[in-house]
Design a protein around this ligand. Structure first.
Ligand code: GLN
Length: 481
């Protein structure tokens, strides 16, 4: 059986009776058994997945109404709640937490008869970009298992790229969908802030993060977006997009469009292979009839600093709730006074989470807020202004998704600043709320490189069209696993 088909192909095959959901899901589970010991994309595999798929086959046979996913196997990042399933955020802190409700994206996918094959590995509480900060061990890049798959949604990208599912959902606070998508050669998309409900996503930095699909094709992303996007009464930051069909006209191209190439994102610190891939991508976009020119977004140079200041502050407050009294990790209070109890509880966090929480206590504190947090907010608003100016001139912006090629597991783990800088090209979209997508573009030295396209707020449909156009110029080798 061909597990390499896209989501849309899967739907067609099952709908037309050429493929049974149960057979496909059961082969998918076999595939996970065969390769995941090496790759570690999954923290848990759903033991009921095959049974759930067989129920969908039964519905099809008996002529009942079937949802548009037709039993499609999807993996879900382990910071998104599925009712009655463990949701650990790859942390020891939530080792025993069983979600009491479904995230909105999950209930929408359930309504459309998706099958969740498992919970995908990630950096603890989505803090990181290599998946090495998972408390349960790193995921590995299927293109070369000595290398990181990117992160923090590393398990999502690995599972899609290594055919352990058809599609996945990740979350993107500063690049966590796009970065692993680029490193594993999948599509990874962060929508306009508010387009997808965050209800049931465990917060890291809620003012800028979004859930986003990881898929094999741009059309598959549009397909999933049609299902999971839009207004949600549980999340009052959501946008009403009633009537929007992200698949319609997706093939209509980018002829006549103007594209700015962000100079700050392809300069010093960019690997030569990545720079040359970006130049090739620009030529391809021009070949499709777009006009490309150099563009400058000056505030980009401060965006990583502002991002880590803002996200640490939000993390400090979001993670304060993990006090060992509410979310499933139990040891008795006897023998402790308040502070020593909380200190002991917090030892369940890994070192990266602790680093962020300490930083998050400091930067917004009285006496320091003016120097750090408020300055970071100023950068955010100036950057947003600059971006909106840029979109008066351009339809899209383009840059490499990540300035460097995937690196070896362990290579940068002890150097937080070096790691933070890998986020240089992705955090801008989160700080400004704009939609961005990483499109698989080439393989260099056996490792994938993705190209990032960005559009103005609420131009998601147009952005997907540009991504589809770029994707149509590319033919990539198959993952060697
Ligand atoms: N690497 C960034 C961080 O650690 C982005 C993470 C994310 O998008 N969740 O904050």
């Amino acid at each position: 059986m061909n597990l390499k088909i896209s989501a849309l192909e899967y739907v067609e095959e099952v709908k037309n009776g050429n493929l049974s959901a149960e057979d496909f899901v059961s082969e998918t589970i076999d595939r996970i058994k065969n390769v995941d010991e090496k790759l570690h994309a999954f923290l848990q595999v759903n033991s009921k997945a095959i049974e759930q798929a067989s129920q969908i086959d039964k519905k099809i046979k008996s002529g009942d109404k079937v949802g548009s996913c037709f039993g499609m196997p999807i993996s879900i990042k382990d910071n998104i709640c599925i009712k009655h399933s463990k949701t650990t955020c790859a942390s020891k802190m939530l080792e025993k937490f069983v979600a009491p409700y479904d995230a909105t994206v999950i209930s929408r996918l359930k309504e459309q008869d998706a099958v969740f094959v498992g919970k995908a590995n990630m950096d603890e509480f989505a803090m990181g970009l290599t998946t090495e900060f998972s408390a349960y061990g790193p995921s590995r890049n299927p293109w070369n298992t000595d290398y990181v798959p990117g992160g923090s949604s590393g398990g999502s990208a690995v599972s899609v790229s290594a055919f352990e599912c058809v599609a996945s959902l990740g979350s993107d606070t500063g690049g966590s969908v796009r970065n692993p998508a680029s490193f594993c050669s999948t599509v990874g998309y962060k929508p306009t802030y508010g387009l997808i409900s965050r209800f049931g996503l465990i917060s890291y930095a809620n003012s800028i993060e979004q859930i986003g699909p990881v898929t094999r094709t741009v059309k598959d992303t549009a397909f999933l977006l049609n299902i999971i996007s839009g207004l949600d009464s549980h999340d009052n930051t959501t946008i009403d997009n009633t009537g929007q069909d992200y698949l319609a006209d997706i093939d209509s191209g980018i002829e006549g469009k103007k594209i700015g190439i962000i100079q700050e994102m392809a300069g010093e610190g960019t690997d030569p292979e990545v720079r040359s891939a970006t130049n090739d991508a620009v030529s391809k976009l021009e070949g499709l009839g777009a006009t490309c020119e150099d563009a400058s977004i000056d505030m980009v140079k401060y965006s990583v600093a502002a991002y880590y200041t803002i996200t640490a502050t939000e993390a400090g407050s979001n993670l304060a709730r993990y006090d060992n009294l509410r979310y499933g990790y139990d040891f008795p209070v006897e023998g402790f006074e308040f502070n020593s109890y909380i200190s002991k509880a917090r030892t369940k966090f890994g070192p990266e989470v602790i680093r962020r929480m300490i930083l998050g206590g400091f930067v917004p504190s009285a006496g320091h807020a003016g120097k750090y947090f408020l300055k970071a907010l100023k950068v955010k608003s100036k950057l947003t202004k600059e971006i909106h100016e840029a979109f008066k001139k351009y339809d899209y912006l383009v840059a490499p998704t990540v300035p460097v090629l995937p690196f070896k597991i362990g290579e940068k783990i002890d150097d937080p600043i070096a790691l933070f800088l890998v986020d240089f090209n992705t955090v801008m979209s989160n700080l400004t709320g704009i939609p961005s997508i990483s499109v698989p573009f080439t393989i260099s030295k056996g490792l994938p490189i993705g190209i990032q396209l960005m559009a103005n707020n609420n131009e998601d449909k147009s952005l997907l069209r540009s991504a589809r156009a770029l994707e149509s110029t590319v033919k990539l080798p198959e993952v060697p696993i």
